[in-house]
Design a protein around this ligand. Structure first.
Ligand SMILES: *[C@@H]1O[C@H](CO)[C@@H](O)[C@H](O)[C@H]1NC(C)=O
Ligand SMILES: *[C@@H]1O[C@H](CO)[C@@H](O)[C@H](O)[C@H]1NC(C)=O
Ligand SMILES: *[C@@H]1O[C@H](CO)[C@@H](O)[C@H](O)[C@H]1NC(C)=O
Ligand SMILES: *[C@@H]1O[C@H](CO)[C@@H](O)[C@H](O)[C@H]1NC(C)=O
Ligand SMILES: *[C@@H]1O[C@H](CO)[C@@H](O)[C@H](O)[C@H]1NC(C)=O
Ligand SMILES: *[C@@H]1O[C@H](CO)[C@@H](O)[C@H](O)[C@H]1NC(C)=O
Ligand SMILES: *[C@@H]1O[C@H](CO)[C@@H](O)[C@H](O)[C@H]1NC(C)=O
Ligand SMILES: [Zn+2]
Length: 456
């Protein structure tokens, strides 16, 4: 099994070496990164996705991608393309406030590079590599001049642009640009929008929404085949976060605990960011006893596992609602589905599927971290990764040019080795026993054996 793998890898490197002697652009590795917003991992088990399942059959699947806290759209999309936790890339929420500059950020007002410049996303690195360009059919940050660079080809964000137009334009850029587009993104708002509206447990509505998502994947594959890109292009289909069911029976009303004149609410739910206007400790003490379904943290006490502390844009107090609970102020209007909760919750996780010359065919893996996607993408594109929080080793089993031992294989090897050792030990013991049998017996045996002269 392992030998075969080794041989395959050797054969493959031979092939690559053969191809790379042709200096033509057509052998530059290319990657299209696709996100369907709010695609919860277990939708794949609970709904039909004929097109996506075909894609997976010829590619790889990671069933659960552990994303980053807070499990919101902008922060997670930026972690995928930088490999950094939110505290390290600086996009710590969809709504932010920076005390020192008094700047505000929201998903509708996101064009100031100030918010993005703490990290370098992969489309910038790719573009600065020389003789390559990047293209984007939307993805948070791709229409912003980050480190004075936008992708050579991009669209300003507009939810009004159809999937078909995004797909047509991104594939045109991928197939006919000079210098060639080697990294491209494609973003689509569903199933997030409907997940919020109906809640993930509304199977009637969600099944028709998810069927449309699957049809879009079918259109994508069809288009790539028509343009002759299917065999050479690497395609990753993933998402930023999942979705969980909410209810107007599960509300946490801050107005019942603290007076709105005493703080500024920077972000609301399910993780509230609180900038106190009064003594922080006193406000914290009031909030701490506010509701059983609310975890309340002073910034310095935020659990280390969230990697959500060391940034000025994280406010002095944060409140984290339990799964399915919604923090409100005086309003009662709420969404039936939401995300943003603890990233340890499986309902918050997306999945990842990938297809193309860089990936194995028909390989499944239980999990990776979303920050691991970035070093994998850099490897595929031959880019030097920026400092990041991902682990390339976690994705090695997905890639054809990597030597990898996964857990079941490792266990197999250990058991195999133990069997060999036990057998050897057994043999040695048997042989020792033979040598150490008491003299009279050996003599007897020898005498018996003497009957047959050939034994000598
Ligand atoms: C190199 O690429 C060009 C254009 O893609 C092709 O015509 C040619 O046959 C290739 N040469 C080799 C040795 O593969
Ligand atoms: C880019 O391509 C041009 C011509 O195709 C070549 O002369 C130049 O050396 C290339 N630059 C880099 C950085 O590879
Ligand atoms: C897509 O491409 C077409 C044709 O070039 C162009 O007219 C249109 O504006 C593009 N759409 C977007 C959203 O950029
Ligand atoms: C909130 O505080 C302000 C100023 O201290 C006070 O006038 C107001 O009555 C308070 N409101 C509530 C609901 O306690
Ligand atoms: C805040 O209040 C606590 C206790 O109520 C007190 O010990 C502390 O000195 C106060 N801090 C400030 C900055 O006033
Ligand atoms: C809700 O609170 C905001 C301030 O937090 C206030 O401006 C608004 O009038 C309140 N709305 C209602 C319906 O009480
Ligand atoms: C994440 O990576 C950044 C950049 O290398 C580093 O500064 C930071 O300490 C890392 N975070 C953790 C938790 O390791
Ligand atoms: Zn959302």
């Amino acid at each position: 099994m392992l030998m075969m793998k080794l041989l395959l890898i050797l054969a493959f490197s031979g092939l690559v070496a053969g191809f790379s002697s042709n200096s033509s652009d057509s052998f530059l590795p290319k990657l299209l990164l696709v996100s369907f917003d709010g695609f919860r991992a277990d939708y794949l088990q609970n709904y039909d996705f004929p097109h996506l399942q075909n894609f997976i059959k010829e590619g790889v699947l990671v069933e659960h991608v552990k994303n980053v806290f807070i499990t919101k759209t902008f922060p997670n999309h930026y972690s995928i393309v930088t490999g950094l936790y939110e505290e390290s890339h600086g996009v710590v929420a969809n709504s932010m406030y920076d005390v020192s500059t008094e700047k505000h950020f929201s998903d509708a007002d996101d064009k100031d590079p100030f918010w993005w410049n703490e990290a370098v996303p992969i489309w910038v690195t790719n573009q600065l590599h020389g003789n390559r360009s990047s293209a984007a059919a939307m993805w948070p940050g791709t229409d912003v001049s980050i480190h004075n660079t936008t992708p050579s080809y991009f669209m300003n964000y507009s939810p009004a642009v159809s999937f078909e137009e995004r797909l047509n334009n991104i594939t045109t850029w991928l197939s006919s640009s000079s210098p060639p587009v080697t990294f491209a993104t494609l973003y689509w708002e569903e199933p997030d929008a409907s997940g919020h509206k109906y809640g993930p447990e509304d199977t009637k509505h969600m099944s028709s929404v998810l069927k449309k998502v699957d049809d879009h994947i079918g259109d994508l594959v069809h288009k790539l085949k028509m343009l002759g890109l299917w065999k050479t292009l690497n395609v990753i289909i993933t998402s930023d976060h999942g979705m969980t069911q909410c209810s107007k029976e599960r509300l946490i009303n801050l107005d019942t605990c603290i007076n709105h004149t005493q703080y500024t609410l920077i972000d609301v739910t399910p993780v509230a960011a609180i900038l106190p206007k009064m003594n922080v400790t006193q406000l914290y003490n009031k909030l701490k006893v506010c509701n059983h379904h609310l975890s309340v943290y002073l910034k310095e006490d935020i659990p280390a596992r969230f990697h959500y502390q060391h940034n000025d844009r994280i406010q002095p107090i944060i409140l984290v609602a339990d799964e399915g609970w919604t923090i409100v102020i005086n309003e009662t209007l709420i969404k039936l589905g939401d995300h943003g909760y603890d990233n340890a919750l499986p309902s918050m996780h997306p999945f990842l599927a990938a297809h193309g010359p860089a990936f194995h065919k028909g390989y499944k893996q239980r999990t990776i971290d979303s920050v691991d996607i970035y070093p994998m993408m850099c490897h595929i594109l031959g880019l030097e990764p920026q400092p990041n929080n991902g682990t390339f080793g976690n994705t090695k089993c997905l890639l054809v040019d990597q030597w990898c031992i996964n857990l079941p294989e490792a266990i197999g090897i250990v058991i195999g080795a133990l069997l060999v050792l036990t057998t050897l030990t057994g043999l040695i013991i048997i042989m020792k026993n033979r040598q150490s049998v008491p003299q009279p017996f050996s003599r007897l045996q020898l005498q018996d054996d003497d009957d047959d002269p050939l034994i000598e």
